[in-house]
Ligand binder design. Structure first.
Ligand code: UDP
Length: 319
């Protein structure tokens, strides 16, 4: 099968490209290298079934040609990382809203099945329980920039479902929770690569806020496996699935684990959100998926636990 991955030179996209090549597919990638890197696709760069186009998904004629020739589209191109979103609000909204609008419109022109990579951010500030696909969203004020990202991705979901309902376009939506693993950079704020790099360099491991906030981390290979299997499952069409790990950890615990597993002498320091991101930042205190729905449909359970995940990131940075 011929597939197109938008954002295929990014952290998750490049792992998905390798996965699909490994399954025997022909893979076309479009990436503007905003946060993607050529180095991410080094292992498949010269593969006969791999084709890279360095361009933006907003370039309609290029996208038209690509979408015309493939069978399936994986739409992963988006603004990435909390720091990036805080620093580049216009680009974030532009690529997430206009980019997804373009990809969906062209997918519909040729009726090509499309996976939309969405995010756990869209649930917002839930505290009480694990997050299920049909939960309400709890958004903060428009004055806080982070919510623009959540709202732009929510719009992508609305648009995808609208195309499914009204135009019969086969779409599958995956809400990715904190995805981590080799190739992820700490440059855009992500916690695990930052902690591991600091620990290996003997620099302070900086926890933002009180560190009691929780996240649940999933290895990127579990995520790409789930994404590919959802696209192969007709029962997933027109629906939304959490893709994540239901084991929750506080950021304080994560810092301690990274320090221990790297054998680092780094101090664990706490700094305010304001110092980390500037004024007007709001964090989620808790985030953990309910994964019953994806488990029921395709039997998904993440294979890698937190220790394996952390070790894979340590090994990556040591290399
Ligand atoms: N965080 C931290 N130190 C860092 C980077 C992030 O304590 O160097 C915290 C951040 O405030 C958040 C959690 O770790 O509570 C996860 O942050 P990340 O940006 O990786 O993902 P997201 O906030 O999108 O879940």
């Amino acid at each position: 099968m011929k597939t197109l991955i938008t954002g295929g030179a990014g952290f998750i996209g490049s792992h998905l490209a390798e996965h699909l090549i490994g399954q025997g597919h022909e893979v076309f990638v479009i990436d503007n290298l905003w946060t993607g890197k050529l180095a991410h696709v080094e292992s498949i760069r010269n593969h006969e079934r791999f084709h890279l186009v360095v361009d933006t998904i907003l370039n309609e004629s290029v996208m038209n040609e690509l979408i015309f020739k493939v069978d399936h589209i994986y739409h992963l191109a988006a603004a990435v990382g909390v720091r990036n979103i805080m620093d580049h609000p216009v680009e974030t909204l532009d690529i997430n809203v206009k980019g997804s609008e373009t990809v969906l419109r062209l997918a519909n022109r040729f009726k090509k099945k499309i996976f939309i990579a969405s995010t756990s951010e869209i649930y917002g500030k839930h505290l009480e329980h694990s997050l299920s696909e049909d939960d309400n969203r709890v958004m903060g004020t428009v004055k806080k920039r982070r919510w623009a990202y959540a709202c732009s991705k929510t719009l992508d979901e609305f648009l995808a479902l609208a195309y499914y309902d009204e135009k019969k376009l086969p779409v599958v939506i995956g809400r990715l929770f904190n995805t981590v693993g080799p190739r992820q950079t700490g440059q855009y704020g992500m916690v695990l690569p930052n902690f591991v790099q600091s620990a290996l360099l003997g620099k302070p491991i900086t926890v933002y806020g009180d560190g009691d906030q929780t996240r649940s981390f999933t290895h990127v290979q579990d995520v790409t496996d789930a994404v590919a299997r959802l696209m192969a499952e007709p029962g997933a069409e027109g629906d939304i699935f959490n893709i994540g790990n239901d084991k929750e950890v506080t950021i304080n615990e994560l810092a301690r684990k990274v320090k221990e597993m790297t054998g680092s002498n780094s101090d664990i320091e706490h700094i305010s959100y304001e110092r980390a991101y500037g004024p007007g930042f709001e964090d989620m205190e808790r985030r953990c998926p309910d994964i019953a729905k994806i488990n029921d449909l395709i039997g998904f359970r993440p294979a890698n636990d937190l220790d394996v995940i952390i070790q894979s990131v340590i090994d990556y940075f040591k290399r």
